[in-house]
Design a protein around this ligand. Sequence first.
Ligand code: GLV
Ligand code: MN
Ligand code: MN
Length: 410
Amino acid sequence: MAHDLVSPGRRLMARLDEFAAFTDDPPKLTRLYLSDAHRRAAARYIAWAREGGLEARIDPAGNVVARYEGRRAGAPALMIGSHIDTVRDAGRYDGALGALAALATVEELAARGERLDFAIEIVAFGDEEGVRFPKTMTGSRSLAGLIEEGALDQKDAEGVVMRDALKAFGGDPERVAASRASGLAAFVELHIEQGPALEAEGLALGVVSAINGASRFDVEVRGVAGHAGAVPISLRRDALTASAEMILAVERRAREENELVATVGRLDVEPGAVNVIPGLTRFSIDIRAPRDERRRRAVADIAAAFDAIAALRGVALKLVQTHEASAYVCNANIVAGLIAAVEAIGQRPRLLPSGAGHDTMIMGQLCPAGMLFVRCKGGVSHNPLESISAEDCELALAALTRFVRDFRAG
Ligand code: GLV
Ligand code: MN
Ligand code: MN
């Protein structure tokens, strides 16, 4: 077989290139949860797993999962994987790297007929980015037994209800909330760093100490639309200028504290005409910090600032929380195991926090969990320029495989 001639890391890089073709918006890579591209990507993942002798399936929430039994059938499992949905105009490594590396790890064991004292479950989560529907991490929340009330009734921008999209995808909406995984000994995710720390220090790999918590909101500001020529400035209730003040208040609050970040990433203006005073805006806010109490204080301050701005400008304000995830301190045993694995392949392990959110923070509420980071070029991510080297990919896969081989359930 051709793939026997190339190293596991190069084979993984080639698969990541192939996987990037599953997009809903070519030539850009956009693969949102339960989209056609997601369906085709999941099918490819399942086909690869089958070629490797694994029976993979779509679970109720639209994750792809497969199990590689240990020496004894039904033993507790180590779950490894990441997500295969993307942001819009994404890079090809965020998520896909960890999902395909999990498959590669099991293929390596299977090819050698190597069975461990525990089973390995691999997963390709479907909804980490939260771009299509307001709430996010439906896949890992389902496995962790943390599906929120009403989550399946959410609509995307086109009005498609998640429940219907999930059914069409091959999931089972009726079972999503009751799919809490049992028998998981731990969860580990390999992911690109998405920041510049490893590159700055000349290191290929990092072990994640903790993951930032996050709060997200949808904001609606309602003013009064009117004639751009006829209504004097002093008499306007302009939804967009009020929103501009609010957005700057978000940035100002984030600047006040180290490690606090806040982003308005989406803004829609209605009616959106050159000669009409904006009557309505909708925008998103995403607020993150390594400590929950610091994030909550920032959320409260931002909400108070918004109220004051709305009152002063005579606009109506609606703030709806769409996502809340607590910061997660990675499990100490998993962290120690990952450090040992990185050292075992001759690399210096660097402990670092994750600014980005990950399914690991949800899985960590179910079982011990942790993450391995690999350096990405310039720390660039959520951008088509996202890039990793084949050498680093090789090292990351080697460290993950080493961690798995040395893992002791319980
Ligand atoms: C996911 O990438 C997130 O942190 O928003
Ligand atoms: Mn990711
Ligand atoms: Mn991402």
